[in-house]
Design a protein around this ligand. Structure first.
Ligand SMILES: [Zn+2]
Ligand SMILES: [Zn+2]
Length: 824
């Protein structure tokens, strides 16, 4: 057996040793200090059972940044906790005949262990789980505060209902008509529930997107679209033979002279009323019934074939006096605008298709600059108004304000801004969630639970049956209570809160998670907030991030925090994919982190996940890549152990020979490259490449013998640089080697290596000298020699003088550090 193989990198022992040390020393525990703070946060996990490769990648990225920032002198807060309420716990409980709490806490214990096994540098003293009453009691308090401020209300509404999950879903949780969690079709259902008035903040949520310069553009765009501000006009159309008016909202008042019919939602109260006792009554009733059923089956209007029926009634366009037939149509949504729209088939494609189907005429009112109209479709672009009375001849954009003004002056309309954003319905008919701290007394009405009685604890003595219904609804010991006003009997709210409520403020709670005098310890929050770097999946681009932004603003307005936005910088990491698709159980392409850690060690897994792709891109799984990462670490480990005597030779560089100088230069160039790439969107993969080059340079320099041999002190500096640079990525490995080299300090408190531009400089460069584009000579010049100096050197070069002869020099072109071309 060769001696090389005797030196093996015993990752299991090394990783355990350092994890124990960090744990014993509480190395990552932080408190506010004089040092600049850095709050690094990864989206906390749902305790589903075990961590997967997506988690490994997400948390590894975070851990590298946390450790790097510590070496840069920041006071880094890096907490971890559990988004612990939610449906899977309840489903598992029903299936396995256990309790959701037991299932959840067992999973937390298991996963905490897995995270520790990865060597992540969390301040475990800040750990929190949202299913603890210590946590949700403040959420209940906050709920009452918001209720008293008028930011929470109760209403009857058509909600999105998932029959499989037996619960209501927020609009944001319905994806293409299906439940975001179980993928089943979502049905509409009438229900009474609690709503957060997020729409009160719509304008600010939109405007403050401009402040989020550290967020990916795509996420900002998605939020902007979701908030969906529309500026337009609200216009009243009088209904013929009636005192009623039809109120519509339009973003295109410039096309109002082209309206040829009106459409109202089937749920619009006027739909039935207008057709009553008329010839169209039966047709309208049938249509409304049919649409209701169709919507239950499809739910999303744009999937429905556009259909409608004439109500028999007309309204009058107040601009033209023209009579417009009123249709009820399945594509008009009651929840948006006023549930009624004017239809301009010449300039709206949807209206065009509807008009073609029902043989309704169209009137062109906008003339494109190039003239004419497209065949067989609506023209939705800009142009000049025609057929529009006094407004004809105006530019269509300018006409929008003018036409709206006209309505205002004549008392039948006004400018209006609407938002696509809806209020956030948070009532869930589930058990495993935070109870809503409200009660209802038949005499006194709905009121909050008195503060002294908080928390309203989730009862644990419940039985689950197979129906999937929440046991709270039938648990008398829970819902039976006394009215705080009259002392009579009252009924507690038995719905629980959407789990997105818990994740909307956990980042603020981390600043002092054990604070027992309120939701947020203001002092701690004002030191640590906002989060400097937030990391998570792009699937949370709308829901979680929008709700968190809303909560931050609401907490600010209640005096809990003094920031406007929670997350200064956001990194959305890509997915981990294998064989071209996302890892999933159903596809059978899951790689279990545990197996990998056992085979290769946590550091190799970390290194691979960082090297395989930049953080914001998808990472394609490769067994070969993992092997490569392992070999690379082993190479460094063996080199250091085989050369300990040499590396510990304490000799200052006597004579700087060429190879020593070259290695020193490479070392500083690597520091520069690595530091730049890590600061520039965390391009860890190119950071690692640069270290690989430096390792190769060390091995090459070490092979040189005699006069050429590199100075051991220079080799040692290069080796130590590698250990420092790689430490945030492979911390156990580097901590061990640091100790092997005789250091007793911890790398977290060791400063990041200094870059010395002098040492990184190339000593001399060869500059090509051309005369009329042909190479005539070569010069040796120091790097960054000025243009003037290079010109001077070139025209005084003997070979060049020979070629120029008596010709006149017209021009000298210098390409810095490369060439000089003389034009004669
Ligand atoms: Zn579902
Ligand atoms: Zn009462």
């Amino acid at each position: 057996m060769s001696p090389v193989n005797d030196i093996s990198y015993d990752f299991a022992a090394i990783e355990q040793k350092w994890q124990q040390k960090w744990h014993d020393l509480k190395s990552f525990k932080v408190t506010p200090s004089e040092a600049p703070k850095y709050y690094l946060l990864e989206m906390f996990p749902y305790p589903s059972g075990r961590i997967h490769m997506g988690h490994v990648r997400n948390y590894t990225i975070g851990d590298v940044i946390a450790r790097y920032k510590r070496m840069r002198g920041f006071n880094v807060m890096h907490p971890m906790g559990w988004d612990a309420f939610g449906l899977p716990a309840e489903n598992a409980a029903i299936k396995q005949n256990t309790h959701p709490a037991k299932w959840t806490y067992e999973n937390i214990d298991y996963m905490r262990n897995q995270l520790q096994r990865m060597g992540f540098s969390y301040d475990w003293d800040r750990e929190l789980a949202t299913c603890n009453a210590d946590y949700y009691r403040w959420e209940q308090q906050f709920f009452i505060d918001l209720y008293k401020k008028g930011l929470i209300y109760r209403k009857n509404t058509t909600v999105n209902w998932c029959e499989d999950c037996q619960t209501v879903l927020a609009n944001e949780q319905v994806i293409d008509g299906a439940c975001w969690r179980c993928d089943n079709k979502v049905m509409p259902r009438e229900m009474n529930g609690w709503f957060f008035k997020i729409t009160d903040y719509a304008e600010e949520l939109l405007a403050d997107l401009d402040k989020l310069t550290g967020w990916p553009d795509k996420v900002v765009t998605m939020q902007r679209h979701w908030i969906g501000k529309s500026i337009g006009a609200e216009i009243s159309f009088p209904i013929e033979n009636s005192s009623e008016k039809l109120v519509i909202f339009t973003t295109r008042p410039d096309t109002i002279f082209g309206a040829t019919f009106m459409s109202i939602a089937p749920e619009h109260p006027l739909a039935l009323k207008l057709s009553q006792n008329g010839p169209q009554e039966k047709a309208v009733c049938d249509f409304i019934e049919r649409t209701k059923i169709a919507k239950q089956q499809i739910n999303y209007s744009d999937e429905l074939e556009k259909e409608g029926v004439f109500t028999g009634a007309y309204c009058v366009n107040p601009y033209t006096g023209r009579k417009l037939p009123i249709y009820t149509a399945n594509f008009v949504l009651m929840e948006y605008g006023s549930g009624a729209v004017m239809a301009v088939p010449a300039h709206d494609q949807r209206d065009y298709e509807f008009a073609a189907k029902y043989d309704i005429p169209l009137i062109q009112v906008i003339e494109p600059a190039e003239g004419g109209m497209p065949a067989d479709q609506a023209y939705e672009g800009p142009g000049t108004l025609i057929n529009s009375g006094d407004f004809s001849g105006m530019d269509n954009i300018a006409a929008q304000a003018a036409i709206t003004d006209f309505a205002l002056k004549n008392g039948f309309g006004t400018a209006k801004t609407t938002f696509r954003l809806r209020d956030w319905g948070i009532s869930r008919q589930r058990y495993w969630g935070s109870p809503i701290p409200m009660l209802n007394c038949e005499k006194c009405g709905i009121q909050p639970v008195p503060t002294a009685e908080l928390p309203v604890k989730l009862p644990t003595d419940v039985k689950f049956d197979q129906s999937g219904k929440s046991p709270l609804h039938s648990l008398e010991s829970f819902y039976q209570t006394t009215c705080p006003s009259c002392g009579g009997s009252a009924r507690r709210e038995t719905d629980t809160m959407d789990t997105f409520v818990e994740s909307s403020w956990y980042y603020a709670r981390y600043t002092n998670p054990h604070y027992d005098k309120g939701m947020i310890d203001k002092e701690a929050a004002s030191y640590w907030l906002p989060v400097d770097q937030y990391i998570g999946g792009v699937e949370h681009a709308i829901l979680h991030l929008l709700y968190s932004r809303f909560f931050t603003k609401a907490m600010r307005d209640l005096g809990y925090v003094d920031i406007d936005e929670p997350f200064k910088n956001l990194l959305t990491q890509g997915m981990v994919i294998k064989d071209g698709t996302k890892m999933s159980k159903s596809k059978g392409n899951v790689v279990d982190p545990n197996t990998l850690i056992e085979k290769y060690g946590a550091d190799t897994v970390r290194l691979f996940s960082l090297f395989a792709a930049p953080p914001d891109r998808d990472l394609e799984w490769s067994d070969k890549g993992v092997d490569g990462a392992s070999r690379f670490l082993n190479k460094i480990y063996r080199f250091i152990h085989l050369n300990l005597a040499l590396l510990n030779e304490d000799i200052a560089p006597k004579k700087v020979n060429k190879s020593s100088r070259a290695l020193e230069r490479k070392t500083h160039q690597t520091i520069k490259k690595f530091s730049t790439d890590i600061e520039n969107d965390f391009h860890f993969n190119t950071c690692i490449s640069s270290v690989m080059e430096l390792v190769n340079a060390i091995l090459a320099a070490h092979k040189l013998q005699g006069e050429e041999a590199a100075n051991p002190a220079v080799i040692r500096t290069a080796v130590e640089t590698i250990i420092k640079l790689l430490y945030p990525m492979v911390p156990h490995f580097c901590a061990e080697l640091w100790e092997t080299l005789g250091h007793t300090d911890l790398l977290d408190s060791t400063p990041w290596p200094d870059f010395d531009p002098e040492k990184a400089k190339e000593d001399e460069l060869t500059i090509v000298v051309q005369v009329m584009g042909k190479v005539r000579s070569r010069l040796q010049a120091a790097i960054d020699t000025s243009d003037e100096q290079l010109k001077e050197m070139a025209i005084n070069d003997e070979k060049v003088i020979k070629f120029i002869g008596n010709a006149t020099i017209k021009k000298i072109i210098v390409v810095k550090n490369r060439l000089v071309n003389i034009v004669i």
